[in-house]
Design a binder for this molecule. Structure first.
Ligand code: ADP
Ligand code: MG
Length: 745
């Protein structure tokens, strides 16, 4: 390569002393790191290699033990504790053969993250040698000293015992580190009084509640054979990928996962040249590496592509039973982050890492399946004749309309506040999109007009050599928070960093509640009377649809007209996390969760408390980081720049007294006065942050204080920082800029 071409990429040598410039020059020589390990092993062989899955269980367990375990996994039957020793022994042998030295109970505390503590299998036997041990007791129950997890008041430190309980429905797996491995056992986490301290327990309870109600409804529809109905879930995961050497120079990214300042780059996403474009080589090497690890863990990673914003990408797996899909998504986020490190990059899962370009979400594709492989939300080719589908459709509309508040609360999160309603993500108003065909079907049912199926036409492309394409019966709507997409509902408002547990706890519970209502109504009308069953069910469907019609919206969710229209319809519009969570623990939800056996009152209130406190803590960390960056990085940079400008002005004035310098003087004045204003704004931010705690332990009041006092003060500080970045000389700016973070690979 010629010398000129190299110096076009590398910074000027005179600049290479500043950390920012060194990082930039290091970046210039980075190359893609192709994956070396097990290259060439076909994906089908890799798949599930590190999972103690059905095949491994069948091969290694005594037949009766295997059968008992599968009955629990597949049919939800109670776990027979007497098989634990046999399972533990087989699991241990399998793990040891695969290089494992440790085991861990892996759980999901209320932080919304995962947690683990490792124990070695190794036990010394007294003669200087050691053996590997793992008992049924150790498989079934763990007791992490868990006093430092948030419990929302369920547990004080003096009664800090917490237990983990083996969840046999999610298979154990190996996590590798070089040639070593850890046997990882998915578990639920509870207090010594049996109250759930995690997200997994209520999730499993909500799936059981849904199963019970759905089978009841199926039986009323004349289908009493289903042994189990369960929620299915496919989680599309968006993320940003940036260079690690630039990341480490941004204290905001390090502490908060997002940039707190940064002026708009000259180019953003307006050219639409990143979406679905060819993936850069370094990023592709990363994606391939991730996928191979995911496949080994039995995670069915399927699609990969560039997303809308520069440096933004997406990965989607094939759907699975919801609790397993959620475990897999948690694991996926971990792997995406650790793999990025190995490639000299950082994977940002924050909902809004950069202002001015799209943020990241997580599409929660949800449906209901039975044990015979039927999708209960599959309309088939003639939805108008498909009574079962119409009943379940009406149930979902009722669930979403009745429990808008809970659905909104389930995605409330400081990071998601930057996204919802920001013309890139669904609005904070929850509504349902059905697509043209289904919506007109619903409307004609409500209006009592004749139901007609529509013919599936073909698309003619006008080129003889191109094949005719079958036309889908509905188009897509990208602005709806809750859209029917063919045979599933897609809840699109979930934030990219969030666990899908809450959205699915709420969805399952809301659906179970709606099914209960509809089934009760049908039962009432059928009781003791010789009635036409189909007519009764159709009438209930029609009434349900009519009652909840207001939740349907096919238009542009980004428009301001929708905000007005939604208000007229009485739909909720809770714009931020504190408002979304304000009544999450209230009477309506407490009664519902208690009735379904998903969360008791204390468990619910504790979750509301933890979520509100998490909001306050997050904003608090951001506020401290920003005040610190403003005072110790931006302000000194501005002063240095002003000093250099002043020196240059006076030396030019001495050497060329006739030179016109008015504009330069104005620039200097602007920089100096913005720096001065920044000092004031940073002080006000620090003060607002210090006072935000003063809420007498009231979590809602505290969160509202952060929202009303701290967030606006942060906005002021950011505004001034961004203006200064645009004014002062590049060599004086110490932080990597948006144009570097987003575009250099
Ligand atoms: P897109 O919505 O982007 O067009 P797809 O239609 O391929 O993408 O599906 C997105 C996600 O929805 C995938 O994870 C897919 O496995 C999942 N999905 C498909 N069918 C179901 C279902 N019945 N239940 C739950 N998720 C599903
Ligand atoms: Mg999708």
């Amino acid at each position: 390569m010629c010398v000129e071409a190299q110096s076009a990429v590398a910074p000027h040598p005179s600049m290479s002393s500043s950390p920012r410039q060194s990082a930039l020059s290091a970046l210039a020589s980075r190359v893609a790191t192709p994956v070396a390990v097990e290259n060439g092993v076909p994906a089908t062989e890799l798949f599930g290699m590190d999972v103690f899955d059905d095949a491994a269980q069948r091969q290694r367990l005594p037949k009766p033990v295997y059968k008992a375990l599968r009955r629990t996994i597949e049919r939800g039957e109670a776990l027979d504790a007497s098989i634990a020793d046999a399972v533990a022994s087989a699991m241990k042998e399998w793990a040891l053969e695969n290089g494992a030295t440790h085991f861990t109970h892996w759980f999901q505390p209320m932080t919304g993250l995962t947690a683990e503590k490792h124990d070695a299998f190794l036990v010394p036997v007294g003669d200087g040698s050691a053996i590997a041990e793992f008992s049924g007791k150790e498989l079934i129950r763990g007791e992490p000293d868990a006093s430092s997890f948030p419990s929302g008041g369920i547990r004080a430190t003096f009664e800090a015992r917490g237990y983990t309980a083996w969840d046999p429905t999610s298979p154990a797996f190996l996590r590798r580190n070089g040639s070593a491995a850890t046997l990882t056992i998915p578990t639920a986490f509870c207090s010594w009084t049996g109250e759930a301290l995690d997200l997994k327990t209520p999730l499993l309870r909500s799936a059981e509640a849904l199963d019970k109600q759905a089978r009841r409804l199926l039986a009323l529809l004349g289908d009493g054979d289903a042994k189990r109905v369960f929620p299915t879930l496919g989680v599309e995961q968006e993320y940003f990928l940036i260079d690690a050497s630039l990341w480490q120079l941004r204290p905001d990214l390090v502490a908060c996962g997002r940039t707190l300042i940064g002026s708009r780059p000259p180019k953003g996403q307006e050219l639409e040249d990143h979406y679905f474009a060819a993936t850069p080589e370094r990023v592709m090497a990363y994606m391939i590496d991730c996928e191979r690890q995911l496949w080994r863990l039995g995670i069915p990673a399927k699609t990969r592509h560039n997303e809308v914003a520069p440096a933004q990408y997406e990965m989607a797996p094939i759907f699975e039973p919801a609790p397993v899909a959620i475990d897999h998504n948690m694991l996926c986020m971990e792997i995406m982050q650790s793999t990025a490190e190995r490639h000299g990059m950082k994977c940002l899962l924050h909902e809004k890492p950069f202002a001015g370009v799209n943020g990241s979400g997580k599409h929660n594709n949800w449906s209901l399946a039975d044990d015979r492989g039927n999708n209960l939300l599959d309309p088939g080719h003639t939805p108008h004749e498909n009574l079962k589908f119409m009943v379940f459709l009406s149930v979902v509309l009722r669930a979403v309309d009745t429990h808008q508040d809970m659905l909104r609360a389930s995605i409330a999160h400081a990071g998601n506040d930057h996204r919802l309603g920001a013309n890139e993500a669904p609005p904070a108003i929850i509504s349902v999109f059905l697509g043209e065909e289904l919506e007109s079907l619903v409307r004609s049912l409500i209006g009592g007009t004749e139901l007609k199926g529509r013919k599936q036409g073909a698309l003619e492309l006008g080129v003889t050599t191109l094949p005719p394409l079958p036309r889908d019966t509905s188009d897509r709507n990208r602005t709806s928070p809750f859209a029917f997409t063919g045979n599933k509902f897609e809840f699109r408002a979930v934030g990219s960093s969030q666990s899908c547990a809450y959205p699915n706890i709420v969805l399952n519970s809301a659906a179970a509640d709606a099914i209960d209502h509809v089934a009760t109504e049908i039962e009432k009308r059928l009781k003791g009377k010789e009635t036409d069953r189909r007519a009764v069910i159709e009438a209930v469907v029609r009434e349900t649809l009519k009652k909840h019609e207001r939740i349907l919206f096919n238009g542009d969710g980004y428009s301001s007209e929708w905000q007005d229209e939604a208000a007229r319809r009485g739909l909720l519009n809770r714009r931020d996390t504190p408002s979304a969570l304000a009544d999450f623990g209230g009477k309506k939800n407490a009664e519902l969760f208690e009735r379904l056996g998903v969360l008791n009152r204390r468990e619910l209130e504790s979750r509301q408390h933890v979520l509100l406190m998490a909001y306050s803590h997050r904003v608090n960390v951001e506020a401290h980081s920003l005040a610190n960056i403003a005072s110790t990085i931006v302000l000194p940079a501005a002063q240095k720049a002003a000093h250099a400008m002043a020196q240059s002005l006076s030396s030019v004035r001495a050497a060329a007294p006739k030179a016109e310098l008015g504009e330069l003087e104005t620039l200097l004045t602007e920089v100096a006065s913005k720096a001065n204003q920044l000092k004031g704004a940073a002080d006000r931010l620090a003060k607002a942050t210090a006072h935000a705690h003063e809420s007498d332990g009231d979590a809602l009041k505290s969160a509202e204080g952060y929202r009303d006092k701290v967030v606006p003060a942060m906005r002021d500080v950011r505004g001034l920082c961004d203006q200064l970045e645009a004014l002062i000389g590049d060599e004086h700016w110490p932080l990597p800029k948006y144009r570097e973070l987003l575009f250099l690979k």
